[in-house]
Write a protein that binds this ligand. Structure first.
Ligand code: APR
Ligand code: ZN
Ligand code: ZN
Length: 361
């Protein structure tokens, strides 16, 4: 039987979101219906609402979620009602060229639910990042459900599903951070602070946090930053060099998505250092890099997509680190809110007042 539940819907470009009754069908073949317990408010939800991703309104927002499997469809194995899961936006197919070449994060055919969730009048909803979890229940592909240790509280666990994985993976997977590295992270929101935590855990010698907001820099210390730089008052490239004996950092993670911060990241790298772009640029942004600087200083410029993660490998690992006190996920949770407070949470996010607001159901 279809379920009628409450969910947060964005009906049109720029319009405030509203809590509406949505219809969640019974899971079909390969699908699972999940009772959502907590879901973080991420920038991408706001981008959907602003029409910055596509115009397939109405959207069912929310995509950083933990919950419990309520029922599964035909042919689903290895997942059963009662399983505690974090939802992934990509369930790699395992068969396409990217998957076969060991880069499943670029899967061409990642799996999502086939049946649509709808408004009560039958209008199909587009679920944010194939999830749609600002709702009491959601429908996903079974492969999007990653089982985790039930000891992890949902408010913290759900964050693994997007922002924390993106930042942690940018440093750990894409940047391959090593013990003894000096690391600089530009932009210390949820994503940047997760990169800081990864660098700290890997045994980086210096973890330099760069932001324009002193509150963010203060929070960054709680994730393992050894030094902080306010880029509003100090040239961050000079500051990073000064903190690394004039050399620059072995790894620079850019977690803002602006041309000026990407340029700073480029110039702040050491000889043969690595620069990872994880901040999402808008399609029109460009930078100019002198080739001689690339040629003469070597290194690599990379981008990181969903932290280049394999959810079934990385989610349980991050949860283990959390449960053993080594990854302070709770510090990302600035406040817990109800479904009807998502719009207010967007405003707080916009003003930099929170790392994450988390909807608890
Ligand atoms: N220099 C340094 N830091 C900056 C600058 C700048 N010029 N401009 C903004 N920032 C800081 C903000 O103060 C904020 O702390 O960058 C941080 C960005 O963090 P959030 O806005 O909280 O965003 P977050 O969720 O961490 O995502 C960062 O990654 O996934 C993408 O779309 C996301 O592009 C965004 C980025
Ligand atoms: Zn694939
Ligand atoms: Zn997100």
């Amino acid at each position: 039987m279809s379920r009628l539940v409450r969910g947060v819907v964005a009906r049109g470009k720029g319009a405030p979101v509203s809590v509406e009754t949505i219809v969640v069908p019974d899971p079909g073949p390969g699908e699972a219906r999940v009772k959502v317990q907590a879901c973080g408010v991420c920038h991408t939800d706001l981008h959907y609402r602003e029409g910055g991703i596509n115009d397939e309104f109405p959207f069912l927002l929310g995509h950083e979620a933990a919950g419990v499997v309520e029922s599964v469809g035909e042919g689903v194995s290895g997942l059963a009602p009662g399983d505690y899961v974090v939802l992934a936006w990509r369930a790699p197919c395992g068969e396409c060229r990217s998957c076969l070449r060991g880069r499943p994060w670029y899967c061409f055919d990642s799996r999502n639910a086939v049946q649509p969730m709808t408004l009560e009048d039958g209008t199909p909803l587009s679920p944010a990042l194939g999830i749609g979890a600002f709702a009491e229940m959601t429908l996903v592909a079974a492969g999007q459900c990653v089982k985790i240790d039930p000891a992890a509280r949902p408010e913290a666990a759900g964050l693994i599903g997007c922002g924390v994985m993106a930042g942690f993976g940018a440093a750990a997977n894409t940047g391959n951070v090593q013990r003894g590295d000096s690391v600089a992270v530009i932009g210390c929101g949820g994503v940047g602070n997760a990169a800081i935590a990864a660098a700290h855990l890997a045994g980086a010698r210096k973890v330099i946090a760069v932001d324009i907001d002193d509150r963010k820099l203060e929070w960054a210390k709680g994730f393992g930053a050894t030094d902080t730089v306010n880029a509003g008052s100090t040239d961050p490239v000079e500051a990073i060099k000064a903190l690394t004996e004039g050399n620059g950092a072995d790894l620079v993670v850019e977690a803002v998505g602006r041309p000026e911060t990407y340029e700073q990241a480029f110039y702040a790298r050491d000889l043969a250092g690595t620069v990872v772009l994880v901040g999402v640029p808008t399609p029109d942004l460009k930078i100019e890099l002198p080739l001689i600087e690339v040629f003469g200083r070597g290194g690599s410029l990379k981008s990181s997509w969903y932290g280049d993660c394999l959810p079934t490998r990385d989610f349980p690992m991050l949860i283990d680190l959390y449960l053993r006190g080594r990854l302070p996920l709770d510090k990302f949770v600035s406040e817990t809110i109800k479904l009807d407070e998502v719009e207010a949470a967007f405003t707080k996010m916009h003003h930099g007042e929170v790392l994450r607001s988390v909807v608890v159901l």
